[in-house]
Design a protein around this ligand. Structure first.
Ligand SMILES: Cc1cc2nc3c(=O)[nH]c(=O)nc-3n(C[C@H](O)[C@H](O)[C@H](O)COP(=O)(O)OP(=O)(O)OC[C@H]3O[C@@H](n4cnc5c(N)ncnc54)[C@H](O)[C@@H]3O)c2cc1C
Length: 300
């Protein structure tokens, strides 16, 4: 019955459909077993139809952006994975504002904002992934975060379009309160007029800083753990003597100790075991319990 229901979702979709898609292709760490069904709806209407069918048939679904903040378990994902690459609106609006679809990459958003002489989100230029992922994670860097720039957020809750104004949103460090299954489809950003050269110089500066500290050379998901209040996770991991420590193909990067890297052939279980080891050793040496920033999904 479940397979039949998935087949109906796939048949009715106007966008792309893949069966048994290896999720390692959609995960920054390059791990993760297959998704039963992987879809890329053509547009918002196509997405709404797919969600309606999934909800009606009680089929589990998960939205992924670039997968740069995901650890997908080796058993993969039962049900349906949804990529929003088709939601790629990028529309400048009067008053230094821009409407951005969830499937737009941060790199593209920053490029277009610079061309339109709109600043304020330069910090996003080196953060891999999609705008939807940046909103869902409240991605941030260099003292700035995504959500404070949002004037209006549009989401789908169980298939219904919901809009919220910026001040209504509940968010914090790498956190936005969304209801289970709620999907970010677009947002209007309030930006600041600035000279293109100034914006591009700022972005070049940020990218240069990343080049120094984050060129780890292997697939990764950026910072694996959140920084505890008043602390830096990388310093706690370093102090616990874990630089370069590995489990299977998963290793604490030699370059940046809060980046766990896939040295080749790692499985999700390697990363999970390495993360458990790090948490245990850091707690023993510093008394701090680290919390994962990456979201762990899928079947064991
Ligand atoms: C080299 C490197 C550097 C990084 N540097 C930073 C950094 O400086 N700052 C930072 O904050 N992060 C950083 N990251 C982590 C990552 O890039 C960000 O968290 C990014 O915002 C994830 O976007 P994504 O599209 O890949 O989301 P995904 O990893 O695909 O998804 C992340 C979570 O958001 C959910 N999600 C995704 N899209 C939607 C949507 N449209 N609606 C609802 N939920 C959604 C997913 O279900 C998942 O729970 C870095 C990662 C790497 C690899």
């Amino acid at each position: 019955m479940r397979r039949e229901s998935l087949e109906k979702v796939a048949r009715d979709l106007r966008g792309e459909v893949k069966w048994d898609e290896p999720m390692s292709l959609h995960c920054g760490l390059r791990v993760g077993g297959p998704a039963d069904l992987f879809i890329e709806p053509a547009d918002l209407a196509d997405l709404r139809d797919a969600i309606a069918a999934l909800e009606a048939n009680h089929i589990h679904y998960l939205v992924v952006g670039g997968g740069y903040n995901l650890l997908i378990r080796d058993g993969g994902i039962r049900g349906c994975v949804i990529s929003l690459r088709g939601l790629d609106t990028l529309k400048p609006l009067p008053g230094a504002r821009m409407e951005v679809g969830a499937g737009v990459t941060n790199a593209m958003l920053c490029r277009v904002a610079a061309e339109d002489c709109l600043g304020g989100i330069e910090f996003l230029c080196g953060i891999p992934g999609t705008f939807g992922g940046a909103i869902a994670m409240n991605a941030g860097a260099h003292g700035s975060e995504t959500l404070p720039h949002v004037e209006k957020l549009t989401t789908l809750r169980q298939g219904e379009v919901v809009t919220q104004m910026g001040p209504e949103l509940e968010f914090g460090y790498r956190f936005l309160k969304l209801q289970p299954g709620e999907i970010v489809v677009s947002a209007i950003l309030r930006l600041e007029p600035a000279e293109r050269r100034v914006i591009e110089d700022r972005m070049a500066g940020y990218l240069a800083l990343r080049g120094k500290s984050q060129r780890v050379g292997y697939p990764n998901a950026g910072s694996f753990f959140k920084n505890p209040p008043g602390e830096h996770a990388w310093k706690l991991i370093e102090a616990a003597g874990l630089r370069g420590v590995s489990v299977g193909g998963a290793q604490v990067s030699e370059v940046h100790t809060n980046f766990l890297v896939n040295k080749g052939g790692a499985r999700a279980t390697d990363f999970l075991a390495l993360a458990a080891l790090i948490k245990q050793r850091v707690e023993a040496t510093s008394g701090v319990m680290l919390e994962e920033e990456v979201r762990i999904v899928g079947e064991g």
